[in-house]
Unconditional design. Structure first.
Length: 91
């Protein structure tokens, strides 16, 4: 799992800048790849499951993803952990 800073663009135009994202890239046998990741956002950002996001990583790679799960921890009520699954390759 690699860590990157990312610009995360949302469809509601409330973009998140310089968010630390943990990214896992899986190479498939056909030379294609899939990827997934997770990041922590403010609960007030209101990111919801199935929301579409666009990522621009600090290494220049870009890709689209869909929120697969959000996890709220009552011990840290201001933060929500967001899990995403890539819908396009990181390029």
């Amino acid at each position: 799992m690699a860590s990157h800073l990312a610009l995360i663009e949302r469809s509601n135009h409330q973009d998140l800048n310089r968010v630390e994202v943990q990214v896992t890239v899986t190479e498939l046998s056909t030379g294609r790849q899939t990827w997934s990741g997770e990041f922590t956002s403010r609960s007030a950002d209101g990111i919801l499951p199935n929301e579409r996001l666009s990522f621009t990583l600090d290494n220049g790679q870009k890709g689209a993803a869909r929120v697969s799960e959000t996890r709220f921890d009552s011990r840290t009520p201001d933060a929500t952990i967001v899990h995403v699954t890539g819908t396009s390759p990181l390029a």
